[in-house]
Write a protein that binds this ligand. Structure first.
Ligand code: GLN
Length: 484
């Protein structure tokens, strides 16, 4: 088996049994990156020296018998995670030369376990997008078909896992940015409950929606990664102080008697027939495994995309005000302060980010605040209530992740509304603040992966992982490899 195709748990066993060293594994990953990167474009910044230094320290730790499951495992991070001393751009020109003075808590936790950093991954600028086409550092291509998008905004994080360029990665999900690229690239991706994982040191897009989560090759790896990053962080006041279960230990619980809801609003006429076929097959598989299905309704689903694009843009316009050319980031030459602000921002931000800032500023302006922002907050509560009412009768929900498999590069870039609609099934989960996972569940006739989404109760990640694991034991979708 190729080293670059291994899962975390496989590589961990190989390292522990001294079949290979972390330096060897890391060297193999760097060679793989060199070979496929020209076709895929997952990375913005590579950190080969750092990686080999990390790997050498990991080998010492392994030799001393002090290895954890992540010790010596080569990982990569979306370029939204601050990494001390390593350039962090968030996909934007405005942060082209930004070297953070500290690291994100989630990366600190992985590093403490001895993980190896291969580099920083491409993404849509400030995580705004569904196709990875809004990055200032070029597009990322889908390893299954390089004429297609990998999804976004964590497109580099998904493509790297699918192309064998990292064993696992971290992404962020504000409206679907972990789950949709995971679905398009055939990976497992989990958006934890709001508050489950610290966002300290993660560049903010929409603070009431953003969450950090893993993209991996299978569910067992997803459980390992989530267990490593979850938990209370005094540096993030929105992180919740509730115990982190041992996600790995409970993986084999099974789904017998599990009640799975099928929200009727997610199985609509516009759904791609191949996605529908994959969903039907998954439902059948779960039935055979002993799960029960219940038809449910989430009646305010229709309003989710509009609500999201008011709340997310409002928060973005406020979060992005800090990029003014004064404290950090790109600064333009100008004759006076106001000109400097204006020029720095218009040179530093791309078109989609500017669109979002304008939409958000408009929604927050006096005179429109009540009609747009306050109204959106009220609808958000209705959407949240839909989920809580449905969860009184079911343990999890099963839905598609995206209405279609990955689309062609360029297909939606000039039609923002079409692009926004591609997140129709993922956005409501962020508005409700709960957790959801994307799982490989089939392929289109053209060979593109199709993901299924399992939505859990708040802090119900354990149930999602158990249900995902049970599915993986009887299907082979997750073990197919992109032939890049
Ligand atoms: N595509 C959505 C957006 O553009 C979601 C992005 C995300 O989850 N970061 O806002």
């Amino acid at each position: 088996m190729n080293i670059f195709d291994m899962t975390i748990h496989q590589l961990h066993s190989a390292l522990k049994e001294k079949q290979l060293s972390s330096v060897e594994a890391t060297t193999a990953m760097l060679a793989r990156i060199k070979a496929v990167e020209p076709q895929v474009g997952s990375f913005i910044t590579l950190t080969p020296e750092q990686a080999l230094t990390d790997a050498a320290s990991a080998d010492i730790r392994i030799a001393a018998g002090k290895a954890g499951v992540l010790t010596g495992i080569p990982l990569a991070l979306k370029d939204i995670f601050l990494t001390e001393g390593i350039r962090t751009t968030c996909g934007s020109r405005i942060l082209e030369n930004f070297i953070p003075p500290y690291s994100a808590t989630s990366w600190e936790k992985l590093k403490d376990q001895g993980a190896v950093l291969l580099g920083k991954l491409n993404q849509d600028e400030f995580a705004m997008g569904s196709s990875n086409e809004s990055s200032a550092y070029g597009i990322t291509r889908n390893p299954w078909d390089t004429s297609c998008i990998p999804g976004g905004s964590s497109g580099g994080s998904a493509a790297a896992v699918a192309a064998g360029e990292a064993i696992a990665t971290l992404g962020t999900d504000t409206g679907g940015s972990i789950r949709q690229p995971a679905s398009h690239c055939g990976c497992v991706g989990l958006k934890p409950t709001y508050g489950r994982v610290s966002r300290y040191g993660v560049i903010a897009y929409a603070s009431s929606l953003d969450q950090v989560g893993p993209l991996t090759r299978d569910v067992a790896d997803c459980a390992i990664m989530l267990g490593a990053i979850a938990g209370h962080d005094p540096k993030d006041s929105t992180s919740v102080d509730t115990p982190v279960p041992d996600y790995t230990a409970s993986l084999t619980t099974g789904v017998k008697g599990l009640k799975i809801g099928l929200p009727k609003e997610y199985f609509i006429a516009g759904l791609d027939p191949e996605v529908q076929v994959a969903m039907d097959a998954a439902i059948e598989t779960y039935r055979r495994l002993g799960a029960e299905f219940v038809d449910i309704s989430l009646p305010h689903t229709d309003y989710a995309v509009a609500t999201y694009y008011l709340i997310a843009t409002a928060e973005a316009s406020s979060n992005l005000a800090r990029y003014d050319g004064v404290r950090f980031g790109h600064r333009a030459e100008a004759n006076c302060l106001l000109d400097m602000y204006g020029k720095s921002r218009s040179e530093g931000f791309g078109a989609e980010v500017k669109r979002r800032i304008m939409l958000g500023t408009y929604a927050l302006s006096s005179g429109y605040y009540d009609a747009y922002y306050v109204k959106a907050q009220k609808v958000r509560t209705l959407i949240m209530n839909d989920f809580m009412a449905a969860f009184a009768n079911v343990d999890v929900m099963l839905t598609p992740v995206a209405p279609t498999p990955a689309f062609k590069i360029g297909e939606k870039i000039n039609d923002p509304l079409q692009m926004y609609l591609s997140d129709i099934f993922t956005i409501p989960v962020n508005l409700a603040g709960t957790c959801a996972m994307s799982l490989p569940a089939g392929f289109s006739a053209g060979g593109l992966p199709i993901g299924l989404q399992l939505i859990g109760k708040p802090f119900g990640e354990e149930t999602l992982l158990q249900a995902g694991y049970a599915f993986e034991q009887v299907t082979e979708w997750h073990s197919r490899k992109a032939t890049i």
